[in-house]
Write a protein that binds this ligand. Structure first.
Ligand SMILES: [Zn+2]
Ligand SMILES: [Zn+2]
Length: 101
């Protein structure tokens, strides 16, 4: 009976040590991993960042934040989302936008 208890303890200890070693290996692998060279975080700024500093195609005022701008799907230009987009669509594409509520 006592031999069985020792066996269980030894098996448990071995399993414990193996799991320790495995977790150690995986954490070392994670530490070694860095973002790849083509990771977007290293690349050029996203489109949103490039909008800031460019001018509205309708009123020529510069966008201060990217959220102000809206891209026209038909001609690909950026105009002010709230004030200029509807005017642009009316003037350039002869369509109206639904009221923004
Ligand atoms: Zn504008
Ligand atoms: Zn357009």
């Amino acid at each position: 009976m006592s031999g069985y208890v020792i066996l269980v303890l030894v098996v448990g200890l071995v399993r414990f040590l193996v799991s320790l070693r495995r977790s150690g290996e995986t954490s070392r692998v994670v530490l070694r991993q860095r973002p790849a060279a083509d990771d977007p975080r290293w690349g050029p700024p996203r489109d949103e960042d490039q909008i800031v500093g460019t001018g509205c195609a309708r009123c020529d005022e510069v966008f201060v934040i990217a959220a102000e701008a809206r891209r026209c799907k038909k001609c690909g230009i950026f105009v002010h989302k709230k004030t200029c987009f509807a005017e642009h669509k009316m003037a350039e594409h002869h369509t109206t936008t639904a009221p923004y509520r």
